[in-house]
Design a protein around this ligand. Structure first.
Ligand SMILES: Cc1cc2nc3c(=O)[nH]c(=O)nc-3n(C[C@H](O)[C@H](O)[C@H](O)COP(=O)(O)O)c2cc1C
Length: 273
């Protein structure tokens, strides 16, 4: 005769208890690791800002910690609607702390962002936050040495988040990085390949009329082409991700992004000479 221990009720109680314990352990671990995951994500984003600016070489351990290196930046808030920098007082009045401002979260808040009509939404981002944080390296006389701008836009499968750094002429690319994307590894995922990112260095974003003319070229750039300085090799076998990158650069450096502010800064620098 089967003992009480082997009854269906007992088996179910034991199985459910094991499930419950496992669920508690797994969810407890997930919850307890969340702050660490968030901190790691933030550290990776910061590292990418440093890499774009050329303050930290990819794959190498930084000299000094990331926070120390970060102190070299002057961090500013840009009002993309009014196309100008906010003063510290204005940023404070708008409730923005440069250390903690989350542009991604702001872009989901209708009070802090605008919906983009289809003809404006070339980066396929649907909404754009009104305020953006930018990171500047300045020379001793206050002139801009490099500026790092956050960029994002849709590729083939995912939104790519990254940074583009410009030299002091506010036109020549100093570096580009992507810290978050879910394109296919080996295809669109090659946006993170250091060799491909290196192709961007020295390329020019704008023509003489300050139009964004940077393009990604399928099959590779002809170095003898008169437009070669405005062209980067598209990723092979990943034309759609490449098109996404071209579009997001055009959007963020164009009229609805940082373009007017950069043009104004350029004019100011020329005026100061
Ligand atoms: C499983 C799979 C994953 C793919 N992932 C990407 C991708 O991440 N980015 C991309 O542009 N194309 C990707 N493609 C290829 C596209 O469908 C398309 O063929 C390609 O972008 C065309 O690029 P090409 O003109 O350089 O060949 C993928 C295709 C397959 C079958």
């Amino acid at each position: 005769m089967a003992s009480d221990k082997d009854s269906i009720k007992n088996i179910l109680v034991v199985a459910l208890s094991v499930c419950l314990v496992c669920a508690i352990v797994v969810s407890g671990t997930a919850v307890s690791l969340k702050p660490e995951q968030r901190a790691n994500k933030q550290a990776d984003r910061s590292k990418n800002i440093l890499i774009a600016a050329g303050l930290f070489e990819e794959g190498k351990t930084p000299v000094g910690n990331v926070q120390e290196l970060f102190k070299e930046f002057t961090i500013k808030i840009v009002d993309l609607q009014e196309k100008r920098f906010l003063t510290d007082e204005e940023a404070k009045a708008a409730g923005i702390n440069v250390e903690t401002y989350d542009q991604r979260k702001a872009s989901k808040n209708p009070a802090l962002s605008k919906a983009l009509p289809d003809d404006e939404d070339i980066a396929s981002i649907s909404r754009r936050a009104r305020y953006s944080v930018v990171y500047m390296l300045e020379k001793q006389d206050g002139e801009v040495e490099r500026i790092v701008l956050p960029i994002h836009g849709y590729g083939l499968w995912s939104t790519l988040y990254g940074f583009i750094a410009l030299e002091g002429d506010l036109n020549t690319v100093a570096g580009i990085t992507f810290y978050e994307q879910q394109e296919t590894a080996g295809l669109g995922g090659e946006v993170e390949n250091p060799d491909w990112k290196a192709l961007w260095e020295g390329k020019k974003i704008y023509d003489n009329q300050h139009h964004v003319v940077l393009r990604l070229v399928k099959g590779g750039v002809d170095p003898n082409s008169p437009n070669a300085e405005h062209q980067v090799d598209a990723l092979s076998g990943a034309s759609l991700t490449s098109r996404g990158v071209e579009n997001l650069v055009a959007y963020w450096l164009g009229d609805d992004g940082f373009g007017p502010l950069l043009a104004h800064m350029q004019n100011q620098q020329i005026g100061a000479i």
